[in-house]
Design a protein around this ligand. Sequence first.
Ligand SMILES: Cc1ncc(COP(=O)(O)O)c(C=O)c1O
Length: 511
Amino acid sequence: MIRASSGNIQGPLLTSSVLSDWLAQRLARDGASPIYRQLHHLLQQAILLHTLTPGSKLPSSRLLADELAIARNTVTNVYEQLALEGYVRTLRGSGTYVVDNTADEIVGRDERAGLATASSAAAEHRGSLLSARGQRLISTAGASNRQWGAFMPGVPDVTTFPARVWSRLQNRYWRRPQAELMTYSTGGGYGPLRQTLADYLRTARSVRCAPEQIIITTGIHQSVDLAVRLLADVGDVVWTEDPCYWGMRSVLQSSGLQMRPIPVDAEGLNPSAADLAEPPKLILVTPSHQYPLGMVMSLARRRMLLEYARRTKSWIIEDDYDSEFRYASRPLASLQGLDTAGQVIYVGSFGKILYPGLRIGYLVVPEALAGKFAIALAELYREGQGVQQAVLADFIEQGHFTSHIRRMRNAYGMRRQLLMDAIANRLGEPLPVLGDEAGLHLVARLPDTANDQLIMREALAAGIATRALSTYFSDPAQAPRGLLLGYACVPDQEIGPSFGTLANVIERYLG
Ligand SMILES: Cc1ncc(COP(=O)(O)O)c(C=O)c1O
């Protein structure tokens, strides 16, 4: 099972107390990093390095928790996370076993040969073909293979996309192909798209910008990646909201930034005095619709954050991913529109409004940065998509974009209500709901004793996709429990029956 000596790992040592000792030596109890994360990372490394060999049985969660003097819940959650990631398998009534992954075997063999001489830090990195940050990216990856159906959060209804209109607009460009739309694109994207987008953002989102400040990208992921590369260095601190979107966590972490999760309250990002005393390089926020909880950042908090960024020369990245879909009121003004000091980078996407696979999004950057962002974009990614960008410009210009938003807002508003009704009616004790005023998903809260990751897995086995709320927090073991339920891509008539299936699973685990 585990091979260990003082620093390196060698020779068969099969008892749980050896694993506990090995872990106990490595767990830092200084509060700098949550125990959950450390334990998860250590066990992952031990499996990747074949320190824990395939087929070996992990100690029971109770035993390991006792031996490490930590909460049993923490161990249970770590085991469940490892099972979710495919490192271990839990057999009911038997225990938790390291999965036999033959694809890793070649790496494992080389590793075992090298382990005796390697330092444990180097050995940890060599446990995979990947760099340390590459390993971190893969081990915390959140993207799901399932991208459609009840209740996949964040997915719009792509079946209602006006494909005929799009195809007609597109055909015009292919009938008389233009060389400049088929070569690499330079200068931040197709000019007419930047122009029409500037007009739209000014009126719909109160964004202050000239077309030159708009840089067309493949979406928010690429926009943030670009901003990080241009504005921060490896090791710089970035504040993220706690909870936050796993995709942004992946982009930031794999760029070598130090993540500092800052709690949110009903008014949005809520840094403490201690946080404020150490200004970060970047601050990533979702002020119009906190992801995933759904609150709106208050005006007082917006002013505070802008003033703080001005004083400390931090950059604020405003992720405005879905604010077109607000049901009871008009879309809210952007944070960027209040910025007088040029500290805000605004990022948006067409993924939620049109369709995610389109891969077109944009940044709005302060004037002084616009030329540099355009150069870096072409330099790093050799942008293209000229024809798609031209079609999109016409689509917006001719009014199809705003009418599609209007149509989808009505459709999603109806689906949201159907889901709220199902939640209220189906369970004996209705679940409290958060974040239902806007967007494509809501959060159904579960009692804090519920294991939302287990419920998520069991629901998936029953055909229903959800995401566990706790996984969006920096410390899932201590996080509130709940399920993110996306309703936008679920046909009206399927919402009630699909929630019925999910409710059966929830009831089974809530007892
Ligand atoms: C908060 C948030 N930001 C960004 C994105 C992704 O944006 P894009 O598809 O443009 O990369 C998502 C997708 O779910 C999201 O939830």
